[in-house]
Write a protein that binds this ligand. Structure first.
Ligand SMILES: Nc1nc2c(ncn2[C@@H]2O[C@H](COP(=O)(O)OP(=O)(O)OP(=O)(O)O)[C@@H](O)[C@H]2O)c(=O)[nH]1
Ligand SMILES: [Zn+2]
Length: 338
């Protein structure tokens, strides 16, 4: 082995030449990769995230076919319901290149109490209540306020119509909400054609179903979706903190009509989280024309003189039941349950 001692200058020159070689090689590789990518991936196309697991997701193309995709490194995390631009690889998998702007998001607090998006581009929050368990108007109002705070239009679904008799007080309740401007859609999973109105009302929309336990959300969803679609949704995910099971929100298409549903246990619990006082005020849609017209700017609509909300209630423009719900929700905010 010949040992040649290089002068400092020689060594410097060799290093420089080598560095340039490395640089050229890197550049060539990048170009190769780009060419490879151009060749390997098809053209950009639109799609929708129908399930996601960290940086991997299922994307449904405009042809309705689902592809396992990964996310380009520089993109933020996506959520179910996101509309994306993606490209298909020769093996049927794909890469998501960009996210289209979201027109709505559903958020839930994470373990640390920070709000996190769980689903995007939802058109309707379907608040399910039922003939039994007997619905409490306060709870319906609570869901309505939470829905209004998202900017996503709520609708009410009165389920178990097969148990409803003609004189039932629920007719009055339904008409109260219709008068406020909310659609109230009757449904029954126990009656032929009992879901027709619901299917029609949800055409061309992506919805979520929320509502208290026992109102029949699972039964409705089972009846609306094609048989094979329910056994999915759970996936074990490795994270640095260890292995745990997460349940992702999933988008399903109805077997009839053109409606779709995004569902997960977390989404079903929507509406029970924290709201601030201003969201509560604004969540009572019939209060809106009066807000800002009270004598005191920080009026809380209790006993204050010159309160526009109280005056409207005295004049019959705001129902006493709704004012009562408002007070109860505000009270809960200030004295949260233990
Ligand atoms: N009579 C009648 N019963 C129904 C109807 N839909 C659901 N049920 C019954 O109501 C009960 C509750 O239904 P689920 O679908 O489990 O209700 P859920 O809202 O999913 O309840 P959680 O899973 O606790 O959130 C079950 O015993 C159903 O069989 C209906 O349209 N009519
Ligand atoms: Zn007031």
């Amino acid at each position: 082995m010949s040992q040649r001692k290089l002068s400092r200058q020689q060594r410097w020159r060799v290093e420089k030449v080598q560095a340039e070689r490395v640089k050229r090689a890197e550049k060539r590789e990048q170009t190769d990769q780009r060419q490879l990518a151009e060749g390997e991936y098809g053209p950009e196309q639109l799609g929708r995230v129908v399930a996601h697991f960290g940086r991997n997701m299922e994307v449904e193309g405009t042809d309705g076919v689902r592809h396992l995709c990964h996310l380009r490194a520089n993109l933020d995390t996506l959520v179910t319901g996101d509309r994306v631009s993606w490209r298909e690889a020769s093996d049927g998998s794909g890469v998501v290149e960009a996210r289209l702007e979201r027109y709505s998001t559903l958020e839930r607090p994470d373990a640390r109490g920070r709000l996190k998006s769980v689903a995007a581009n939802i058109d309707r929050i379907m608040i399910v209540f039922a003939v039994e368990p007997e619905p409490h108007p306060f709870l319906i109002d609570r869901y309505l306020v939470a829905a209004e705070a998202t900017g996503i239009a709520p609708a009410l679904v009165l389920n178990k119509m097969d148990l409803l008799d003609e004189h039932h007080a629920l007719h009055a309740l339904a008409s109260r909400y219709r008068t406020l401007g909310y659609p109230v859609i009757g449904a029954s999973t126990r009656r032929d054609g009992g879901l027709e109105d619901l299917i029609a009302a949800m055409d061309d929309t992506t919805a979520v179903f929320v509502g208290q336990s026992g109102v029949g959300k699972s039964s409705l969803i089972d009846a609306l979706l094609p048989d094979e679609s329910l056994a999915v949704g759970e996936l074990s995910v490795d994270s640095r903190k260890g292995r745990h099971t997460t349940t992702t929100a999933r988008l399903y298409h109805f077997s009839q009509g053109s409606g779709a549903l995004i569902d997960s246990p977390g989404i079903r619990e929507f509406g029970l989280g924290h709201l601030d006082e201003q969201q509560v005020e604004n969540g009572f849609i019939e209060f809106r024309p009066y807000l800002g017209h009270c004598r005191f700017r920080d009026c809380r609509h209790r006993l204050e003189p010159g309160c526009a909300i109280l005056t409207a209630a005295e004049n019959g423009e705001i129902l006493p039941e709704r004012l009562e719900s408002f007070r109860r929700i505000v009270h809960e905010l200030n004295a949260p349950p233990r």
